[in-house]
Design a protein around this ligand. Structure first.
Ligand code: SF4
Ligand code: SF4
Length: 460
């Protein structure tokens, strides 16, 4: 920190929160970047294990030169276009993390290199304009897809910011924003928590964004500000833990937690905030699969009927322990026969982040082929994001595609219909629009925007 003690407080009286966040971000980034650039020996091991490199123009290139150039980007020195290709194609599988002998997280290294490239190539105004417009489109798409699947009052209840300062809760279920496009998964989670009898509050929707949508587009300031706002909402409940579902939220609030907590600490000193008195605002972010493992016996006691299915699980590496947890949870369901299927787990940490078309195609090809060969009844998804992308494929295969929360629902004897999957299988969008017309109008959509939003939704 540049500023401490009394000077620190005086300083706050003269600057805006935005400027403050910008300064602290630079401070945080400089510290992290210095740590990385001081420790990296350009050994190239992270590049050598990266599963995305073979799909790019830099396949087979000298790993030491490429990694040296990535450090060049971070240090504002010379770098080659080849290193830019790598930086821009990282899909965050995290496979490189274990390969580094110097305790650097190369995924983090590439994230900062990308931010640097973005901020060097365009001025901040333009970057912020683009990220704002993307965020508006995303918010509208989420609302639009929800409008087909739940009444507006349910949607409003789910996304409202209901921080009641007097209310405390041991757990906050932070469901993220995109899960609203597959509400059957969200409702199943809520049903499971209710049946477990835990004390919890829910928080989600774009007003609780972790900030990733802006950060990915180079707008770190806005992203961090949003992430910190959401963090403030969660912390107001004084919870013991925040339970996540989305792998991106989980990664953001754990791998980049310092980015948020430094800001939070600074903001707490700069204005009267609800946790002004809290000594340590850091609380664990626990993925739902870990939470269920921690309550394993109680979870198992809720299973009331066997689910006689032979299943394979669609997995991604990248977020610690989730694969292991979900395998343990699914195999504990009575009647389930879990079989291993060959798949490219190393291709990104979730399907939508796999943006190189050849990589996505290779991942899907192997997944569906091995699932067919294994003669399974159900291909089980873990994340809502993968489910959204894969569920419509059920029409082309002899197995169902089902989320693990729905499978738990079957064992507990409850069911929330997967409306999005049904729509995708039927593919009669004219009929869907006709059926949803009243709901769309009730949500406040204008007739002239509907077609554009439908195209954007189908694209996701
Ligand atoms: S996170 Fe994955 S895609 Fe990114 S550099 Fe590491 S191994 Fe490659
Ligand atoms: S980040 Fe680690 S693995 Fe990659 S080049 Fe540097 S030292 Fe080697």
């Amino acid at each position: 920190m540049y500023i401490y003690g009394d000077n620190f407080r005086t300083f706050y009286q003269f600057i805006t929160v935005d400027v403050l966040i910008m300064l602290i971000n630079s401070e945080f980034l400089s510290k992290r970047i210095k740590k990385i650039t001081d420790s990296c020996t350009h050994c190239g091991k992270c590049f050598e294990v990266c599963p995305i490199v073979p799909y790019t123009s830099i396949k087979g290139m000298n790993s030491e030169l490429i990694t040296k150039d990535v450090i060049g980007i971070l240090k504002d020195e010379n770098f080659s276009q080849n290193s830019e290709v790598w930086v821009n194609s990282c899909e965050k599988s995290g496979i490189c993390i274990d390969a580094c002998p110097e305790d650097i997280n190369p995924r983090e290294m590439l994230t900062y290199a990308k931010l640097k490239l973005q901020s060097d190539s365009e001025d901040l105004d333009k970057i912020q304009k683009k990220s704002r417009s993307y965020f508006r489109l995303l918010s509208n798409t989420i609302k639009f897809v929800s409008a087909f699947q739940m009444p507006p009052d349910s949607y409003q209840r789910l996304i409202s910011v209901k921080v009641n300062k007097k209310k405390k809760s041991k757990n906050v279920f932070y469901f993220g924003c995109n899960i609203l496009q597959t509400p059957h998964i969200l409702f199943s989670c809520i049903e499971i928590f209710d049946r477990l009898g835990i004390d919890y509050e829910i928080a989600g929707g774009v007003s609780h964004c972790c900030g990733i949508n802006h950060m990915r587009r180079g707008d770190l300031q806005t992203g961090v500000r949003m992430g910190v706002n959401s963090l403030e909402h969660f912390l107001a409940y004084e919870p013991e833990r925040i339970i996540t579902f989305c792998p991106t939220c989980q990664m953001q609030y754990t791998e980049y937690s310092d980015l948020y907590s430094e800001e939070l600490e600074v903001l707490n000193n700069s204005r009267k905030s609800v946790f002004h008195e809290r000594e340590n605002p850091k609380i664990p972010f626990v993925h739902i699969t870990k939470f269920l493992i921690d309550n394993f016996h109680q979870l198992n006691s809720l299973f009331v009927k066997p689910v006689k299915k032979r299943v394979g699980i669609h997995l991604h590496s990248g977020v610690e322990e989730i694969e292991k947890n979900v395998q343990k949870i699914v195999s504990s369901v009575p009647g389930i026969e879990l079989v291993e299927i060959k798949q490219r787990r190393d291709h990104s940490y979730q399907c939508p982040s796999l943006v190189i078309p050849e990589a996505k195609e290779a991942m899907r090809h192997q997944l569906f082929n091995s699932a067919r060969e294994a003669n399974i009844d159900s291909l089980v998804t873990v994340y809502h994001s993968c489910h959204r992308e894969l569920c419509g494929e059920q029409k082309n295969h002899p197995f169902e595609i089902i989320n693990f929360t729905s499978l738990l629902g079957e064992a507990m004897s409850f069911e929330y219909s997967d409306i999005l999957k049904n729509f995708k299988i039927e593919e009669d969008w004219d009929l869907v629009l006709k059926q949803a017309k009243d709901s769309l109008l009730e949500y406040g959509f204008h007739k002239e925007d509907i077609e554009k939003l439908l195209l954007s939704a189908l694209d996701r």
